[in-house]
Design a protein around this ligand. Sequence first.
Ligand code: HEC
Ligand code: HEC
Length: 306
Amino acid sequence: MSDFTNDFWSHFVTAIALGGILACALLLWWTARFRGPASSDNTTGHVWDEDLREMNNPLPRWWMGLFVLTIVFGIGYLVVFPGLGSYRGTLAWTTQREYAKDVEKANAELAPVYAAYSAQPVERLAGDPGAMAIGERLFLNNCAQCHGSDARGSKGFPNLADGDWLHGGTPEKIHETIALGRTGVMAPMAAAVGSAEDVKNLANYVLSLSGSPHDSVRAGLGKAKFTVCAACHGIGGVGNTAVGAPNLADRIWLHGYGQEAIIAMINGGKVNQMPAQQGRLTEAQIQVLTAYVWGLSNKSPAAAGQ
Ligand code: HEC
Ligand code: HEC
């Protein structure tokens, strides 16, 4: 109920829940009290099929007892569990706590399986088929929504299987990326570059770095402007994993290919975030995922033999 900005809905739900119970109790009391008109032989006077008559007897006691029990149970339930608006119930039961308990239980059950894995170096783990089967499942459940089920990524989400790294591809760097997350930031650069023509020339120079189709006259004119970019992308645009600046001299494009895409990057910049997994996943799970991701572009002899 904390999703609401005031208490109205809380009171509304409480009123309906308690009102419903009260209405049931009143109905029970009223029907028990007023038996309705009956003739001297205790029938209602209705006759069907010539001699079938309706007696006017009260509900059996055990039946009444069940009704009363249901009402008492309902009230007891609403005291103990959350059911009355924002009232939490004496047990303070929540679905989140239930979920956290399940996760804790599952982690405890899996701890022995993971214990064997977290003691091993990533390079060895990547060759262990059992660990990699778990790694794949972890990846599909936690990473595939952004990086794709084959880890090949899509626009804005890096391919993790190609050996081209924004932040570094050693086991240590991959682990750091997964555990702590990353934020790639490129500020809008157009003001530092100059006019729209300058930006277009520079974009063609960037294309020339990877030998992509470009206008070589424009590239020549734009070359000098690249100094402002080299601070992050390195001389010759080879990239810099320390700031997550991609290599512009290969033909792998994270944010789209061609002059227009590069102009858009220079004009608009980009903030791109990889969410930290520490706290969501256990340290052992991160270790297995590190090995899985590392193994995608570093086929160890054991893994290659699979
Ligand atoms: C919400 C989307 C999202 C999810 C979920 C996600 N990632 Fe990422 N990941 C990204 C983005 C975006 C980047 C690029 C960050 C940047 O541009 O600097 C990235 C970058 C990375 C990198 C660095 C790649 C490089 O070239 O250096 C690795 C490794 C990685 N993710 C692994 C994972 C793993 C393993 C998981 C699952 C636990 C995961 N990611 C889940 C969005 C996501
Ligand atoms: C402050 C550091 C910084 C500077 C300066 C900088 N960039 Fe970037 N650039 C980045 C980062 C970081 C990314 C990756 C963004 C992300 O994580 O998605 C990037 C991405 C790009 C991309 C997309 C690459 C791809 O694979 O799609 C292009 C193109 C690019 N920059 C061109 C330039 C040009 C041209 C300049 C100079 C005008 C420049 N950058 C200046 C940090 C920088």
